[in-house]
Design a protein around this ligand. Structure first.
Ligand SMILES: [Fe+2]
Length: 178
């Protein structure tokens, strides 16, 4: 059991995810996306002050229970359920943080804007990676001023379009292959 969200904890979470993951890890909702969402979130958190541990866990868990790459409106709820099931076994979050993580996962595709700043940062981190599926992030659908910044949208979109593989994604992919 761990108190903080270290890389070691993230890898244990990843192992739990992979016990259930139904889609190709290299697919549009797979490790490449999770890695960019994580880095988007960390960059936003420098300005928003979001809880970084929650941002990291969200990146790994929010799409982890998708059953297809298209329309799967229940996947956020299933991701939240998985997040809650790991409490006390893989990580120990405060009640508040666990609720934030659950909310971020459960409602990330509903287009909501109003939430705690950590939840907003998670949602924006995900929405900033839309270019990979042909959409340019719309500032009206982003929550935080940090994410609405045209420089941020451009930076994230360029990486999204190029399928940029982050260090974190590389770590996940290599763990899968060992
Ligand atoms: Fe996502």
């Amino acid at each position: 059991m761990h108190d903080t969200v270290t890389d070691e904890v993230l890898l244990l979470v990843f192992d739990e995810v992979m016990l259930r993951y139904k889609l190709p890890l290299t697919g549009i909702h797979g490790a490449g996306h999770w890695g960019r969402v994580l880095e988007n979130g960390l960059k936003l958190a420098e300005q928003t002050g979001a809880n970084i541990g929650i941002v990291k866990l969200f990146a790994l868990l929010h799409d982890s229970r998708r059953m297809n790459e298209d329309r799967d409106p229940e996947h956020g709820g299933r991701g939240a359920e998985l997040a809650r099931s790991l409490q006390g076994r893989i990580y120990t979050l405060s009640r508040t943080d666990l609720d934030l993580l659950g909310e971020a996962c459960a409602h990330h595709t509903a287009g909501k804007l109003a939430a705690d700043i950590t939840v907003q940062t998670c949602w924006d981190a995900d929405r900033l990676d839309l270019r990979r599926v042909g959409h340019i992030p719309d500032p009206r659908r982003l929550c935080t001023a940090a994410a609405k910044d045209p420089v941020m949208i451009e930076w994230a979109s360029r990486r999204s379009l190029a399928g940029h593989v982050t260090e974190f994604a590389r770590m996940l992919l290599s763990r899968r292959n060992t």
